[in-house]
Design a protein around this ligand. Structure first.
Ligand code: CP
Ligand code: NVA
Length: 304
């Protein structure tokens, strides 16, 4: 039996391969199987903008009978209130805390103080909710996860880190190509290799700078924005530094003939992805966005 009640979701590394499979299975259950939680509330805190995460968490809560309370920087962690005091107050009102913020250490500190489960709804370093939704999307389109080859081209950011961990645990080879100076953190690459070894998934984790080498033969090709939230002022420099890293038809032609294209969104056509790729039949980006709802509803139902 899997034990999820009360657990935090901070990076994906907390999950075993079997647990990931279980979460995805629960995510696919029909509405008739969803539990109802009476007198239950969720505190959803967004210190950064959000469309998908905010709406999918809010709707997911409603589908479970959980009352969502959405807060922004004006409400939570404002007026110099400490993380400790903020969380000690919130946990008297809500049964789960979902936080989108900047530093991973912020969500970790919240989890340390909270007596209720905490979900990382994106930090500068990880986006585990997107990771679960993406694994669900890949499984739906490819029929399975283990043995597939996932290529990520672009910034070595929170999404790159999430795919490194997701692939290592769920059994997908991960090949990452980033420009020099924008590599994924070495510690996360190392952690992914350790997880692959621990779970015996036998996957290959490769990091380099050549998008063509990364994409060659891939079953799943993924990219993400070149300038993440908080890096807006670096946009111009990044567009220059990422020249040659656009996922276009030429790059996609090197992938497996049945390869799908994924992007967590929001996308920037003509920068990280060509319109002809994201708007093609190979693109599953809106299934991916929909699966945020199903994966997060599943996670909330398991931990509550
Ligand atoms: N993909 C994603 O997390 O989207 P939002 O930033 O709009 O929530
Ligand atoms: N890397 C992006 C993901 C957005 C969902 C960011 O952090 O802004």
């Amino acid at each position: 039996m899997h034990t999820f009640k009360g657990r935090d979701l901070l990076t994906l590394a907390e999950l075993t391969p079997e647990e990931i499979t279980h979460v995805l299975d629960v995510a696919e259950q029909p509405a008739s199987a969803w539990p109802r939680f009476d007198n239950t509330a969720a505190g959803l805190i967004f210190m950064k903008p959000s469309l998908r995460t905010r709406v999918s968490f809010e709707v997911g809560c409603v589908q479970l009978g959980v009352h969502p309370v959405v807060m922004g920087p004006y409400d939570a962690f404002s007026r110099d209130e400490t993380v400790h005091d903020t969380i000690k107050v919130l946990e008297r009102y809500v049964d789960i805390i979902v936080l989108r913020t900047f530093a991973q250490s912020h969500v970790e500190e919240v989890a340390q103080h909270a007596s209720v489960p905490v979900v990382n709804a994106l930090t500068d370093d990880y986006h585990p909710c997107q990771g679960l939704a993406d694994l669900l999307t890949i499984r739906q389109h490819k029929g399975a996860l283990a043995g597939l080859r996932l290529a990520y081209v672009g910034d070595g950011n929170n999404m790159a880190h999430t795919y490194l961990l997701a692939g290592a645990i769920a059994g997908l080879d991960v090949s990452i190509a980033t420009p020099a100076g924008y590599e994924a953190h070495g510690a996360v690459v190392e952690q992914a290799r350790e997880l692959a070894a621990r779970f015996g998934t036998g996957v290959t984790i490769s990091v380099g700078s050549d998008p063509r080498a990364a994409v060659a033969g891939a079953d799943v090709v993924i990219t993400d924005t070149w300038a993440s939230m908080g890096q807006e002022e670096e946009h111009e420099r990044r567009v220059r530094d990422f020249a040659g890293y656009t996922v276009d038809d030429d790059l996609m032609s090197l992938a497996d003939g049945e390869a799908i294209f994924m992007h967590c969104l929001p996308a920037h056509r003509g920068e990280e992805v060509a319109p002809s790729v994201i708007d093609s039949a190979r693109s599953v980006v809106f299934d991916e966005a929909e699966n945020r709802l199903h994966a997060q509803r599943a996670w909330m139902s398991l931990v509550l």
